[in-house]
Design a binder for this molecule. Structure first.
Ligand code: FAS
Ligand code: PHB
Length: 390
């Protein structure tokens, strides 16, 4: 087997990269270890930055996104009952975000790839990356018909936090930075109209809560929970009771209680691996970095990496120039670290940390009051939330 760019991972990063390269006439093969059904069953991100929306349009998958996506020009912060609506459009000079689930983004990209006839090998097991420091890299894997080797020019590791790509970079080269938060998020999906028409991020003495949505008839809610939380411990009733206690009364009173169709606990961490390139191997998306979901950046950072990487690869094949590829890691990391900062700040301001003392509580309140009372502070939050430019 041979291709120009071997992509590992059929999540948003791998699929978006495959779509942008394919539309530029560059041949790719995606190796995905899970089944198609499993990939499409994941419930994850919900908010798309303006840059991500533009990239999805460029990838030819903007039609359903614009038909079903919800354009939000504001987002609300609540702090022990006080509420602040950030007018994103006013504060950023016209920008907004689009609420459209990652599951739908993945489905749109996967179906577009299948319509184009570009190959994805599902259930590719034991993927290994070889010879990325030579002009003839390759990827080996076990398919249903046995062990295969895929020769290629480049390898794009879009294989997430637990993938093989980052582990292929020698320890002498790789440098990792990490902060693991002492809590997680318990998320619940339910078929009921959202309690609010925009997202609400709430800081409460009992812990963080987030009201989000997937459509006018499907809501997505989160509550901060201890790290060791097991989903089985949380009935729907217990979840909604706790969620109500963390919200301003005017919102809590209007919260419907409908059966969950999905519940899961996600840990929170900040993580960056440098560099994002090693020879002909490029890391993109969660393979290279993780952010706590408080800033709604994870999926959007994957899109940003793919923007830089696809441009660099297209430039390589069209103009025989490696300038973009040579700058990929530096440019991607510059944007990653800004999003890491914002996600860490939002998480630090909105969550209850074990052993928080009175001073730390006052600092959180002061951060909120600063955003409420100083327009430049509010604009800074808004600029980061809608997405910094590529
Ligand atoms: P993904 O992890 O999505 O995709 C990687 C793909 O590679 C997977 O399909 C995997 O099966 C495959 N793979 C892994 N190892 C492989 C191997 N060795 N061989 C072949 N294939 C392999 N972000 C937000 O912005 N908001 C959120 O609310 C949010 N919630 C999240 C909840 C959870 C539980 C998780 C895990 C993440 C969440 N994220 C959220 C972040 C998430 O959306 C990621 O940023 C996004 O999925 C990144 O996309 P990819 O980089 O493509 O990685
Ligand atoms: C979601 O809808 O899943 C979501 C929205 C915003 C976030 C995190 C998750 O910051």
């Amino acid at each position: 087997m041979r291709t120009q760019v071997a992509i590992i991972g059929s999540g948003p990063a791998g699929l978006l990269l495959g779509q942008l390269l394919g539309r530029a006439g560059i041949d790719t093969i995606i190796l995905e270890r899970a089944t198609r059904e499993h990939v499409l069953s994941r419930i994850r991100a919900g908010v798309l930055e303006r840059g991500t929306v533009r990239l999805l349009e460029e990838a030819g998958v903007g039609e359903r996104l614009h038909r079903e996506g919800l354009v939000h020009t504001g987002v609300e912060l609540a702090f022990d009952g006080d509420r602040l609506r950030l007018d994103l459009e006013d504060l950023t000079g016209g920008a907004s975000v689009t609420v459209y689930g990652q599951t739908e983004v993945t489905r749109d990209l996967m179906e577009a790839r299948e319509r184009a006839g570009w190959l994805t090998v599902f259930e590719a097991q034991d993927v290994e990356i070889h010879d990325v420091e030579t002009p003839r890299p390759s990827v080996s894997f076990t398919a249903q018909d046995g062990r295969r080797t895929l020769a290629c020019d480049f390898v794009a590791a879009c294989d997430g936090f637990h993938g093989i790509g980052r582990r292929t970079v020698p320890e002498r080269v790789l440098r990792c930075f990490e902060r693991v938060y002492p809590f997680g998020w318990l998320g619940l999906l339910t078929d009921a109209p959202p309690a609010t028409h925009e997202l609400v991020y709430a800081n409460h003495a009992r812990g963080f809560a987030l009201l989000s949505m997937r459509s006018p008839t499907r809501s997505r809610y989160y509550v901060q929970v201890p790290l060791e939380t097991r989903v089985e411990e949380w009935s729907d009733e217990r979840f909604f009771t706790e969620l109500r206690r963390r919200l301003p009364d005017a919102i809590a009173d209007g919260l419907p209680t409908t059966p969950s169709i999905e519940k899961s606990v996600a840990p929170l961490r900040s993580f960056v691996a440098e560099p994002m390139r090693f020879g002909s191997l490029f890391l993109a998306g969660d393979a290279a970095h993780i952010v706590p979901p408080t800033g709604a950046k994870g999926l959007n950072l994957a899109a940003g990496d793919v923007h830089y990487l696809s441009n660099g690869l297209i430039e390589h094949y069209r103009e025989r120039s490696d300038a973009g590829l040579d700058r990929y890691s530096e440019r991607a990391l510059a944007r990653v670290w800004k999003a890491e900062r914002f996600s860490w700040w939002m998480t630090s301001m909105l969550h209850r940390f074990p052993e928080m003392d009175a001073f730390a509580e006052r600092m959180q309140r002061a951060e909120f009051d600063h955003v409420v009372s100083v327009r430049s502070a509010a604009a800074n939050v808004a600029d980061n939330y809608v997405g910094l430019p590529f």
